[in-house]
Design a protein around this ligand. Structure first.
Ligand code: UDP
Length: 403
């Protein structure tokens, strides 16, 4: 399986994975998050778990079970950590802890290394049995509600170390911290090469005209993804250029706000026949792949973003992306080289028109983007990094990986 990445992923990454795989052969690695589908974390785990097993590491993936009250609370915590003013009461914190306690009775927490993803399962550390526990934070912690953040960091203090996607998300803590950006899998159904026939099938399925320029944003229906801002940008473009807009998204099981935001977006779109709001069922990977390949211009106009896997996904398909200058997006978009960073609907509209009017520049920046993703954001690099952190934790004298 890992061999299938030869010729696609950088050689050095594959070599290091091979070496670290030998080192950790037969050892156990447990990942815990709060949803098996929807959103970037589940997306990566679905692909990474089999890869880790393939190199001989005994890897498991457990999912925390919560109820709607729990997800409402954790969504509020998530929003507060990304800077929204939210009040998390003591009762809510207690419930967050209580659901984790209940889960700890059912989950098998024994492993040599345990990677806890995001705040939902963070309190599980209180029920640690053995092993190295690492908190993997995928969200944008650059400007959080301080009270909420401090409460989270109290749990963190009990971990061996924490991993953030970007340097400016890291917080001052007494434990060691590492920077590991997320990644995409070039061989998954979401990213593999597709034939023209496969792309056409998707367009036909959604009645999308194949011969008009397509502006696309793929995202959960979440205000931080600014779907309304995307529609505003499209309307400005539309005054001068023919185009259609596709907003494709599906609900995540741990995101209770999706439906409300979807309704807001539908209302704002005012039945414009050239706006396609596609509510995709879970695991629509082939369709998303096809839409990204069919698109002329891809937007990810987020206002806050942990990383934004959709950016690398589109870049891997040779599409330059116009992205919000926030969170992990600037890590992927080198402004004017692999795409454009924008701050407003006006900026997004201006850059979209530049692409629509200049196919040569569009192609060149798309090619740059693909190579940039190859060297920085493929899943092999992330497997390499996780195993390197594990190695660093168990060989504490060797501080070479620490920041
Ligand atoms: N995604 C999907 N279906 C959708 C919308 C998004 O499969 O309808 C995928 C998308 O292709 C990407 C992931 O979900 O792989 C979203 O990750 P990202 O980091 O962009 O955002 P998050 O949802 O984690 O905030």
């Amino acid at each position: 399986m890992i061999d299938e990445y030869h010729g696609i992923a950088p050689k050095g990454d594959l070599l290091l994975i091979h070496k670290l795989g030998e080192k950790f052969n037969g050892r156990s690695f447990l990942h815990i998050n709060s949803t098996r589908q929807g959103g970037g974390v589940a997306e990566i785990l679905q692909r990474m778990i089999p890869l880790l097993r393939d190199i001989g590491i005994n890897t498991r993936w457990e999912v925390l079970k919560g109820d709607s009250r729990f997800y409402d609370i954790t969504k509020k915590i998530h929003n507060a950590l990304q800077g929204n003013p939210e009040k998390i009461t003591d009762d809510m914190w207690d419930y967050h802890y209580e659901i984790n306690r209940k889960n700890s009775e059912e989950l098998d927490l024994e492993a040599d290394t345990v990677l806890i993803h995001d705040p939902q399962p963070l309190p599980l550390i209180k029920f640690r049995k053995n092993g190295n526990w690492i908190w993997r934070c995928h969200i944008d912690l650059s400007n959080p509600e301080i009270g909420v953040c401090e409460r989270m960091l109290k749990y963190c203090a009990n971990y061996e170390s924490a991993i953030f996607s970007m340097p400016n998300f890291a917080r001052a803590m007494k434990i060691s911290e590492f920077i590991i950006p997320p990644s995409i899998d070039p061989l998954s159904e979401k990213n593999r090469e597709l034939s023209d026939v496969e792309i056409r099938e998707t367009l036909e399925k959604f009645d999308i005209p194949p011969d008009r320029p397509i502006i696309l944003q793929v995202s959960r229906f979440d205000r931080f993804k600014d779907p309304v801002g995307v529609i505003k940008a499209y309307r400005m473009v539309k005054k001068y250029n023919d185009c259609i807009l596709i907003l494709a998204g599906s609900p995540a099981t741990d995101d209770p706000e999706g439906e409300t935001v979807l309704n807001e977006v539908r209302e704002f779109a005012e039945n414009d026949p050239d706006i396609y709001i596609l509510l995709l069922p879970p695991f629509s990977d082939r369709d998303i792949n096809a839409l990204q390949r069919a698109a002329t211009v891809v937007l990810q106009k987020s206002l806050k973003e942990g990383f934004g896997l959709t950016v690398s996904e589109a870049m891997w398909k040779g599409k330059p992306v116009i992205g919000g200058a926030t969170g992990g997006i600037p890590l992927q978009i080198a402004h004017r080289f692999t795409g454009f960073l924008v701050r407003t609907p006006e900026g997004a509209a201006f850059r979209t028109r530049q692409f629509l009017n200049n196919p040569v520049m569009l192609k060149r920046m798309g090619e740059n983007g693909r190579e940039y993703v190859r060297n920085n954001f493929l899943i092999t690099r992330q497997v390499r990094d996780y195993l390197s952190v594990w190695y660093a934790i168990e060989n504490k004298d060797d501080t070479v990986f620490e920041i």
